[in-house]
Write a protein of this length. Structure first.
Length: 698
């Protein structure tokens, strides 16, 4: 029986000794009752770098959208940031610049004057009507020089622009009347003769002719002058009239350049003009939020005028058929009559006949003269040299929208906008040499587009709130954003800037300062489109920064959470003679690891540090810089029976310290960190128990 027991003991001891030397996790055993050793599992855990970072505050929102993530397909860690840029409104610059005063004057080409009544002149026969004579006596040459019996009532002097004169002469003499030189003279105000051609008039016949009197100046009592005679007649004749010659002058359609007259109401005349924009804008249509157009009028006429101002380029926004019109009465010789009207709520319609935008606001002034008939002194001196003078000016117009060739006067300033990137504890725990991957580092600016292109010029400077160094390295964006295009992607230049910053400061940037300006519709050539006051230069920036890091002094702590051995093993720890604690590390992190285990006494709280285990950084790397083969280290700590008893009431804390190794590449260079980088830790005890003597020989 004893031999059989010893044989079993020997076999089990050999097997347990083999397990005790294994670096693999031991199984769970029933406590033996004889002298032997066996391996009791304590801790077996594999940590990925992703798990370590998951416990870091950088992966928590903190009211921010920054987080660390892995990029496929290599699972390299990257910092990702998506943040809204502070919007810069274009609407503040959507304006039409003030238009300085423009003046225009106009006058009718002519005035209309009411024609006077017909003027009659007569020369008596000297022989009563009905008298019959055997022969008609000859009349020697006579001179006639006479004005009308009554002067004209509606003017004293007129300079005729155009008009008609009808002359009617009746010969009441029973013989032919001959006019010397074949003419009758009508003398104007300067006594210049106006010649009416007539040679002779047969007896008892009438001569009629109508002539233009344009260019003549007449007074209210024009003088008719001529020489006449008659050869008489040898034949018997009867006088049919008491009048030798009867003459009538009838004026009609009188249009004058100037007059001293009673002026009747006149036909309207119009001043057409334009106001040219001064800010290079060319407009098809523009809705106005605020602004004024101002008018100043001077009436150079001695009669009142009713003015109608029509801004044909301005229509009511709510009723596009309603054109802006103003009715302004002004008095005779009134100077500097001023008026102003708000253009709020109006729309400028400035396209030409082909629908192209223009830079001209069209307007007209129609003047209607009320005449002088109602004035206390109805006779006035009036002339086409007198004018209606109009002056127009436009204040700066603030626009709600503009469709056309838009030009905003000044570049729109993008003030300093600090974009923060929250790395949590990452930047302090994982510090040292830093490199950003040039091929996959990205800054994407998603810029809102508007109805016309605009040039965006932005400077982005990385900085660190911890370094205290002024921003120096920068990325410059200078790109025209077309309507519908809204992404600016920057790769290599962004990576170079980040790397320059990292080398200079030896830290990660946690702020980006953005500033610059935008130029709306840069050119030439210039585009035609629509800009609204609510349009903004805005958007988001998306920062993606895959990280190669060198690590200095990073740490990570984990514990067994419970006592080292399970309850069954702990209950028999008084029977342990001696033992060893074995630590095995598989290091697939591109770092040198130092493991410092500690015992935490649950009874006294005492901390007992154990010997550390150092696992060098791997030396085998793939072509992309990732770890190809982990390093393995095994260490053991010898225990006395007393120390083993202490284990029964302790739990174990594992503190990893990590840093990039020194020396030749690749260890001295930053390397990529991926979520699949890992470190494996296995801890178990090889314990020697006393034999239970009571069982020997049974």
């Amino acid at each position: 029986m004893l031999k059989k027991g010893l044989a079993v003991f020997t076999a089990l001891a050999s097997l347990l000794t083999y397990w005790g030397c294994s670096k693999f996790q031991p199984g769970k055993f029933v406590m033996p009752t004889w002298d032997t050793q066996f391996s009791a599992p304590i801790f077996n855990r594999t940590y990925t770098l992703g798990e370590i970072l998951h416990k870091d505050s950088a992966t928590v929102s903190n009211g921010d959208t920054t987080f660390i993530y892995t990029t496929a397909p290599t699972n390299t860690f990257a910092v990702f940031r998506n943040q809204t840029l502070t919007g810069v409104p274009i609407g503040g610059g959507l304006q039409i610049a003030a238009i300085p005063t423009r003046s225009a004057g106009s006058s009718p080409l002519k005035f209309t004057i009411n024609a006077p009544d017909a003027v009659g002149y007569s020369i008596p026969n000297g022989t009563p009507k009905g008298t019959t004579v055997p022969s008609v006596p000859a009349i020697p040459q006579q001179t006639f020089n006479q004005g009308p019996a009554t002067p004209f009532k509606n003017f004293t002097r007129i300079a005729i622009h155009d008009g008609q004169l009808k002359i009617t002469i009746h010969n009441g003499y029973p013989a032919t009347v001959v006019f010397s030189n074949g003419q009758i003279n009508l003398l104007d105000a300067s006594n210049s003769p106006f010649l009416i051609p007539v040679n002779s008039i047969p007896p008892n016949q009438t001569f009629d002719t109508t002539m233009s009197i344009a260019g003549r100046v007449l007074t209210s009592n024009p003088v008719v002058s001529f020489n006449y005679s008659s050869p008489g007649s040898p034949n018997q004749a009867t006088f049919q009239s008491d009048t030798l010659l009867g003459m009538y002058l009838r004026f009609s359609a009188l249009e004058v350049d100037s007059a001293t007259a009673v002026v009747p109401p006149q036909p309207p005349f119009t001043i057409n003009n334009t106001l040219g924009l001064v800010d290079q804008n060319k407009i098809k249509s523009a809705d106005i939020d605020s602004g004024f157009i101002s008018f100043t009028f001077t009436n150079g006429f001695p009669v009142p005028e009713d003015l109608t101002v029509t801004l044909s380029s301005a229509v009511n926004q709510s009723n596009p058929t309603d054109t802006l019109k103003l009715h302004i009465p002004i008095q005779p010789f009134e100077f500097n009559h001023q008026s102003s009207v708000s253009l709020q709520g109006y729309r400028l319609q400035m396209a030409d006949a082909f629908g192209n935008p223009t830079d001209s606001i069209r307007f007209s002034v129609t003047a209607v003269s009320n005449g002088s008939e109602s004035l206390p002194d109805s006779f006035v001196n009036i002339s086409t040299s007198q004018t209606i003078q109009s002056s127009f000016s436009v204040s700066m117009l603030q626009l709600a929208s503009l469709t056309g060739e838009v030009h905003v006067k000044d570049p729109i300033v993008v003030a300093n906008d600090t974009q923060r990137v929250d790395f949590g504890d990452f930047k302090t725990k994982f510090n040292g040499a830093i490199t950003f991957l040039g091929d996959s580092t990205r800054l994407n600016l998603n810029i809102s587009s508007v109805g016309v292109p605009y040039l965006v010029h932005l400077t982005l400077k990385p900085t660190s709130s911890a370094s205290g160094l002024p921003p120096q390295d920068s990325v410059v964006v200078n790109q025209v954003i077309q309507p519908g295009q809204n992404t600016i992607a920057i790769g290599q230049e962004f990576a170079q800037t980040l790397n320059a910053f990292a080398i200079r400061t030896n830290t990660l940037p946690d702020e980006f300062i953005v500033n610059g300006y935008a130029v709306v519709n840069p050119g030439p050539p210039y585009s035609i489109g629509t800009v609204r006051k609510e349009d903004k230069v805005t958007g988001t920036n998306t920062i993606s920064m895959p990280i190669y890091l060198g690590i200095l002094g990073a740490s990570y702590i984990d514990t067994t959470k419970t006592t080292v051995f399970d309850s069954a093993t702990s209950a028999r720890m008084g029977e342990v003679d001696s033992g060893r604690i074995v630590f095995e590390i598989n290091n697939a992190l591109p770092l040198q690891l130092s493991l410092v285990p500690q015992l935490i006494d649950t009874l006294t709280g005492a901390i007992t540090p154990l010997d550390s285990v150092v696992a060098p950084a791997p030396t085998s790397f793939n072509s992309d810089g990732t770890v190809a083969a982990p390093t393995f280290r095994r260490n053991q700590i010898t225990m006395t029976g007393t120390q083993a008893k202490q284990f029964a009431r302790c739990y174990m804390m594992f503190k990893f310290s990590m840093q990039s190794p020194l020396g030749s590449p690749p260890g001295s260079q930053p390397v990529p960190f991926t979520s699949v980088n890992f470190v494996g830790l296995k801890v178990f005890g090889n314990l020697v128990f006393r034999v239970d003597k009571s069982l020997v020989g049974k």
